[in-house]
Design a protein around this ligand. Structure first.
Ligand code: NBG
Length: 791
């Protein structure tokens, strides 16, 4: 393809698909036309991928996830199709600026945080590694809320991400699936009381440097045909005339409806079943196209459950096999257990989902019966292995009896899958030792670790072009984009003064571009969801301490502290911390004794787009969760890969990052997981730490003085996440950071070594691990004219 071809296609799309002309084209026309032109390139590859997969009849990976944070698509797809330069030239010829057009590329925020972004990174890597895979999810009308600050407090606004339409999607109204809810069961035959349609929309997922294009299929809820009540409308009852439509379509209206009300909780459960039911029908349909015998189902299908949200897929597959396809129970159960795998993304027992038996039984009466039967099998197995161990049986039962009867989704997940994995070494070990211990004792061979990863295409190449160029010129090419372990080739350059200088120049340039503060100041970055266990509050205590020291006439190397993140709308403690940070930022800014040395910046509405701007500018990465609480973290990987040095606890993937980058290139502090557990279990008195440390006392008092008595009460009272216990070690580690920062050459060396030694954290490696240990699938490259095409 040439630049002329591209421009011709662009014009043709402008005329024929947007129905407009150069003279009257708006910026939105330009954006959509460009998107369609690039999408056409992907579609061509998709055709070849589909043909290759059809011929091979391979084993498929189906990834079920309630969340995907795909990030903006335009730049990615320009890169993956190699059309970036053509697009820039064509836009220029048409008198349009690429920046103006890119600004219209809204990211679909269909997730909350790490779990949803991980799903997107895995899709990227599956396509890049030529793994036949389909992602399934929900096309929420409103994604994660848009965060604004009003007087420093978080206010949530609806994220109407597809308000202008979404040029990346292929809606397929003719592929709708019917999903039942409520109703009655008679002798194993379910007659639903309500039926909603799931309408799929497909977004193409290209691999990098390969012809494979996979896809993610997102379901929207639609009312059945003729749900509109014409007669009520005629009587002027306009709201009533559409009420059935509204009720049906509410299912995919918002990401995670507020679950502080009964109806909100039921809506969430409905969403989960909606996702599962639509997706499984699609999976079964795809299987039946090429296969006749159910015995082959597990050999051709692996369904990865991303956390517990899609775990209803287990009883749903049983229902499809037994009730709709007439298989015997035992045969269906054997197929089901071989087909599914489950990834657990937490250690917090309170984060493991449970549903009231009464609610589940009302919404999905047949599924509850199936769950009871599954539970019977499970408990028989437990009893025969551990006769008389009633406590164990009670703990392992899928049904919790006390204080109220609930269905434990994690127990169902472990019972109904062939493999269970945690997402970092420490996490996987703690799952086996604590959260899922009983199950690990019953089925030790089921438990695995697959350490998370991130895609270097988005989080290095697209987010940080200057650093990518420097790396490519140092390594003599960009093969590292498909084999991130090649970054180790940078190691010797850490000792090369001129390379270090170039490295620092890139970092400085990224800070200038971000414009969050003095580009020569240390950029200290804490970006992640707001949660008490992640301890943004510990960071606040450090900022307050620096403030007090400066007020007392001390000096420190200049720092810009950057926060980014959202708190769940009903999570008041986390929202107080957000408010507090904004208040502290003002205090610092308005104080002439402090402002020259310290800036606190908190750009609103942290999302993938913003992460791509902040990460390249970071010098210091804050990974300070209480040890034993963060399953993995993936922001830690993004920051380290971009040359930020970590200050962190021995938690989640920090442990593996430190092992790889070297203890001397990592600022470690704080309690480890066992010490934290012991302190929590013993007689922890946060106030004794407060009384014993003048700086801590002053920092806490400052927070109280700013009017955040609730925050102070919570840390002096209970301090669930041991912020006060770790405070002194943390502040001392920050003092070591300040000292290290004074030697720019030594810092650049640490920074380079962080990047050079982070190749392991590519999501390509993560996918390769899943393939080898859990999925047992191989690559199916798309052959072009009888050859494999490789860059
Ligand atoms: C999150 C963990 C993170 C982890 C991501 C991806 C949930 C339930 N879990 O530590 O908190 O990095 O999952 O695995 O969102």
């Amino acid at each position: 393809m040439t630049a002329e071809d591209f421009e011709r296609d662009l014009l043709s799309n402008l005329y024929n698909r947007r129905g407009t002309t150069i003279e009257s084209a708006s910026a939105q026309d330009a954006y959509e036309t460009l998107a369609l032109t690039v999408r056409d390139r992907l579609a061509e590859r998709r055709i070849r991928t589909a043909a290759a997969h059809h011929a091979a009849n391979p084993r498929w990976v189906y990834y079920l996830s309630a969340e995907y944070l795909l990030g903006p698509q335009l730049e990615q797809n320009l890169l993956y199709t190699g059309t970036g330069a053509y697009a820039a030239a064509a836009l220029k010829a048409l008198g349009m600026s690429p920046e103006e057009v890119e600004a219209l590329d809204v990211e679909p925020g269909l997730g909350n945080g790490g779990l949803g972004r991980l799903a997107a990174c895995l899709l990227d890597s599956m396509a890049t590694l030529d793994i036949p895979a389909v992602g399934y999810g929900i096309r929420y009308d409103f994604g994660i809320f848009r965060q604004t600050f009003v007087d420093g407090a978080q206010i949530e606004r609806p994220d109407d991400w597809a308000f202008q339409g979404d040029p990346w999607e292929f809606p397929a109204p003719d592929d709708r699936q019917a999903v039942g809810f409520y109703g009655t069961v008679d002798n194993g035959v379910w007659t639903p009381g309500e039926t909603v349609l799931g309408e799929p929309s497909t977004i193409l997922i290209p691999g990098y440097g390969t012809d494979t294009v996979n896809f993610v299929r997102l379901w929207s809820a639609r009312a059945a045909k003729e749900s509109f009540d014409l007669s009520r409308f005629a009587r002027g009852e306009y709201a009533e005339a559409v009420q059935d439509i509204v009720r049906s379509e509410n299912i995919s209206k918002v990401l995670y409806p507020d679950d502080s009300t009964e109806s909100g909780r039921e809506l969430r459960l409905k969403q989960q079943y909606f996702l599962v039911s639509c997706s499984l029908r699609d999976i079964v349909r795809r299987f039946r196209i090429r296969n006749a015998d159910w015995a082959d189902f597990p050999a051709k299908t692996v369904i990865q459950l991303n956390d517990t949200h899609p775990v209803l897929a287990i009883p749903e597959l049983m229902r499809l096999l037994v009730d709709e396809h007439g298989l015997e129970w035992d045969r269906a159960w054997s197929i089901t257990r071989q087909t599914f795998a489950y990834t657990c993304h937490t250690l917090l027992p309170e984060a493991l989902e449970t549903w009231p038996v009464s609610m589940l039984g009302r919404l999905l009466p047949r599924h509850l019966e199936i769950i009871y039967l599954v539970n019977q099998h499970l408990l028989q197995e437990v009893t025969s292995r551990f006769p008389g161990d009633l406590d164990r049986i009670r703990r392992m039962s899928v049904i919790q009896e006390e204080p109220d009867r609930r269905v434990r989704m994690a127990n169902l997940a472990v019972a109904g899958t062939a493999a269970v994995n945690g997402v970092a070494e420490l996490h996987s070990r703690l799952l086996v030792e604590t959260t899922l211990r009983d199950f690990a004792e019953l089925w030790p061979e089921k438990f695995h670790n697959v350490t998370n990863g991130i895609t270097p295409r988005r989080f290095l190449r697209l987010a940080n072009p200057p650093l990518s160029e420097l790396i490519s010129s140092a390594l003599g090419g960009d093969a590292w984009l498909r084999d991130l372990s090649l970054l180790s080739g940078l190691e010797p350059l850490a000792d090369d003064a001129s390379f270090r200088q170039s490295w620092r120049a890139v970092k400085r340039r990224n800070k200038v571009a971000l414009a969050a503060g003095d580009p020569d100041a240390l950029h200290d970055v804490m970006i992640k969801r707001f949660h008490e266990y992640k301890r943004q509050l510990l960071k606040v205590l450090h900022v307050a301490t620096v403030y007090q020291r400066l007020r007392a006439g001390g000096t420190v190397p200049a720092r810009t502290v950057l926060f980014g993140g959202k708190a769940a709308p009903a999570y008041h403690a986390a929202k107080s911390v957000i408010h507090l940070i904004n208040r502290l930022a003002e205090l610092v800014r308005d104080d002439p004794a402090v402002a020259p040395y310290l800036t606190v910046a908190f750009p609103a509405n942290y999302n993938v787009t913003l992460a791509e701007r902040i990460v390249p500018a970071a010098d210091l990465s804050e990974q300070i969760s209480l040890a034993g609480k963060e399953a993995s973290g993936t922001g830690n990987m993004k920051l380290a890969l971009n040359g930020a040095v970590t200050i962190g606890t021995l938690d989640g993937a920090n442990v593996e990052i430190r092992d790889r980058v070297g203890a001397e290139n990592f600022f470690l502090f704080g309690l480890d997981a066992h010490e934290a557990l012991a302190l929590r279990g013993g007689n922890y008195r946060p106030r004794s730490f407060y009384d014993a440390d003048d700086e801590l006392k002053a920092a806490v008092d400052l927070i109280g003085g700013l009017g955040f008595g609730d925050v102070v009460d919570s840390i002096l009272g209970r301090d669930e996440y041991l912020a006060l216990a770790d405070y002194r070690a943390y502040v001392d580690a920050q003092d070591r950071v300040d000292a290290a920062w004074q030697d720019p050459d030594a810092w650049a060396r640490m920074s380079i070594l962080n990047t050079a030694r982070c190749g392991f954290f590519s999501s390509d490696r993560t996918v390769a691990d899943y393939c080898a240990t859990i999925w047992k699938v191989g690559a199916h490259p798309v052959a072009v004219q009888g050859q494999e095409r490789r860059p």
